[in-house]
Design a protein around this ligand. Structure first.
Ligand SMILES: [Zn+2]
Ligand SMILES: [Zn+2]
Length: 252
């Protein structure tokens, strides 16, 4: 755990965090970053993947503390392709810091002009979502997204190319209209965003589509991946994927 100091002031104030991001190096040049003081349930997994010519970033958390310097500390390439799996507030807070922003066309309007409803921030803005502050005096309720217009639209079958590594886009609507997954066939790794993770899946948001979600779930089982790096919670393998999908499809 990071060292932290009381912010002072009134009783019950949150402590000030010394180190906002947690960095977990994984296999295949993948690093998981997390905003350690964003509470679980809101905290999104941020994935950094090293490439030969450029690096890949999958989602950017809430971006409460600048993410780009944190990515630079990883020592990768200067050119970073920042993919948004979808435009919910917990996944795109840091995207404006990156020059290359990739997302599905159905998420592009929200990224360019984020609204509380469009990003589903309206469901969370009155909740306590932090257990520490980035700086003394920070007001969690005043957080808002910066516009991050898409610079490259990506859709089914497109390839995100790092030079030596290639990620194929799957359009997987249901949770949101433009949710995507990215498959690296060479390592049998799927980055899933909120399409699937090991936890309660959300298919009742204002722009969710349950019928589309069921079809997406059926497709998930056909994608030749063995490692699933998700938008929230821990990664898992094929057996767990099948169990999660089957449990969803069995729901009435
Ligand atoms: Zn989401
Ligand atoms: Zn999410």
């Amino acid at each position: 755990m990071p060292t932290s100091a009381r912010s002072g002031g009134e009783c019950g104030a949150l402590p000030v965090a010394a180190d906002w991001y947690e960095r977990l190096p994984l296999a295949d040049g993948v690093t998981l970053l997390r905003e350690r003081h964003v509470l679980p349930g809101v905290r999104c997994n941020i994935w950094h993947v090293r490439g030969r010519d450029r690096d890949l970033l999958v989602d950017s958390g809430m971006g409460i503390v600048a993410l780009r310097p944190e990515i630079a500390r990883l020592g990768g390439r200067d050119e970073i392709l920042a993919v948004a799996t979808h435009a919910h507030f917990d996944h795109v807070g840091g995207h404006h810091e990156f020059a290359h922003r990739l997302a599905h066309p159905a998420e592009a309007d929200v990224l360019a002009s984020p609204t509380d409803r469009g990003t589903v921030w309206d469901l969370y803005r009155d909740a306590q979502y932090l257990d520490a502050l980035p700086v003394a005096g920070y007001r969690p309720e005043a957080w808002s997204l910066n516009p991050a217009p898409v610079t490259r639209l990506i859709d089914e079958g497109d390839v995100v190319d790092l030079g030596d590594r290639h990620f194929t886009v799957f359009h997987m609507p249901g949770h949101s209209p433009g949710s995507i997954c990215l498959l690296e066939a060479a390592t049998a790794t799927l980055f899933t965003g909120d399409v699937v993770y090991d936890g309660e899946l959300f298919d009742q948001l204002w722009h969710s589509d349950r019928e589309a979600y069921r079809e997406t779930m059926r497709r998930l089982k056909e994608i030749p991946a063995r490692t699933f790096h998700c938008g929230h919670n821990a990664s898992f393998g094929r057996e767990r994927l099948v169990a999660i999908v089957d449990a969803y499809l069995a729901r009435s």
